[in-house]
Ligand binder design. Structure first.
Ligand SMILES: [Fe+2]
Ligand SMILES: [Fe+2]
Length: 378
């Protein structure tokens, strides 16, 4: 199993001799009793990490219990860091402010990250994206946030643990296929794509994710395998008709919410179809704030069966259920106008005098309005 030098710990067993790009060996299996790494050897591997071959910063170790346990810990720490970031509410709207919900989400996540197949896939995904240096870990982080959000919304919808684990598994793996596309790792290319090219990119990476997953020998039931394949192959463009699986719809919405809210290396957002964008407006081709996004989803899916139930659950998860009121925007406008019309018109303000009450009222109204709760604009 390929592993990053930062993740090596003593007693992991090397699979091969370690070779340097200059042609010499850094360490051979013969030199290590049972091939087991020591602190000292790990130190020298890290010192020469940039000269390792065939891949810089990576070595092959035997995928035994110790490796699995350690990688599980690495991934659990990644999940914890993302939960902490969400809870801080500074870079992302906090959908885990309800402690009871957060604990339940954490428990489902723990179950997922205990699955050896998930550990292997998540870790390799993280490892492969590490080479996209300036892009950071944006793809694995996005996949973890989508998983947390899908589970949180699924819990609001009172789904069974089986459905939550299935949607979680697909959410973790949904963008594996992006690494196989021509765009990777230069995501900024997407900004120059025509609508047709963007659709081809969507189609291609959905298909790749499904193929990578299908090629693996996983210990899951055939029915579950098919359900996950369906989610992966349709995570951006599901058939919104009634026959579609509910887990695919939830992954679609959780993925869409995250891509519309989070910063990404590319400006363009391709979550909405051309028909949906015509209904919502051109600004939905780019990142928008939480309030705009939720109002957009309400506009698209109000009264649309299970999709509408999911949109309501998403709004509740973000504590923004007031947006679900019919004609919310018009009602908000009317209430602001009537609040202002009750304030007497001020006479000319003498130099140095405080601002008249009208300005104070407007500022206070804006501070308390749900608009101020939206995420930072993109
Ligand atoms: Fe995605
Ligand atoms: Fe995707």
């Amino acid at each position: 199993m390929l592993i990053h030098v930062d993740d090596l710990v003593p007693n992991m067993r090397l699979e091969h001799d370690i070779e340097l790009s200059a042609g010499s060996f850094l360490i051979t299996l013969k030199e290590l009793p049972e091939g087991k790494l020591t602190e000292e050897v790990i130190g020298s591997i890290r010192r020469f990490a940039s000269q390792l071959t065939p891949e810089q910063y990576k070595v092959k170790v035997v995928g035994d219990e110790l490796v699995l346990e350690h990688l599980k810990e690495v991934l659990e720490n990644d999940v914890k860091a993302i939960i902490k970031m969400i809870e801080s509410g500074t870079d992302y709207p906090n959908f885990l402010s309800d402690n009871v919900l957060r604990e339940k989400v954490e428990r489902v996540m723990e179950k997922l990250v205990s699955n050896p197949d998930i550990i292997g896939n998540m870790y390799q995904f993280k490892l492969n994206t590490k080479s996209g240096v300036h892009q950071g870990n944006y793809l694995p982080d996005h996949c973890i946030r989508v998983t947390l959000l899908a589970i949180a919304v699924g819990l609001k919808l009172r789904w069974s643990i089986i459905s939550l684990v299935n949607v979680g598994m697909a959410a973790i793996l949904h963008d594996l296929g992006i690494l196989e596309t021509e765009v990777y790792p230069n995501f900024r290319k997407l900004d120059d794509f025509s609508p047709g090219e963007l659709e081809a990119f969507i189609e291609e990476h959905q298909e790749c994710s499904e193929k990578i997953f299908s090629a693996q020998k996983l210990t899951i039931l055939p029915h579950t395998r098919n359900e996950i394949k369906h989610m992966l192959a349709n995570h951006h463009r599901p058939d919104l008709g009634t026959s579609v699986q509910k887990t695919t719809l939830l992954l679609y919405l959780a993925e869409l919410v995250d891509e519309m809210l989070a910063p990404m290396p590319h400006k363009i957002r391709y979550n909405f179809t051309q028909v949906q964008r015509q209904k919502l407006g051109k600004r939905f081709e780019n990142r928008v704030g939480l309030m705009s996004l939720l109002l957009g989803l309400v506009k698209l899916f109000r009264g649309e069966g299970i999709l509408w139930e999911m949109v309501q659950a998403i709004a509740q998860t973000f504590s923004m259920q007031e947006l679900l009121v019919e004609n919310y925007e018009e009602k908000l406008k009317k209430s602001s106008i009537s609040a202002l019309s009750n304030v007497p018109c001020p006479t000319r303000r003498p130099a140095g005098a405080p601002f008249p009450a009208r300005f104070t009222v407007r500022t206070a109204a804006r501070k308390n309005s749900p608009a101020s709760m939206s995420a930072r604009p993109g």
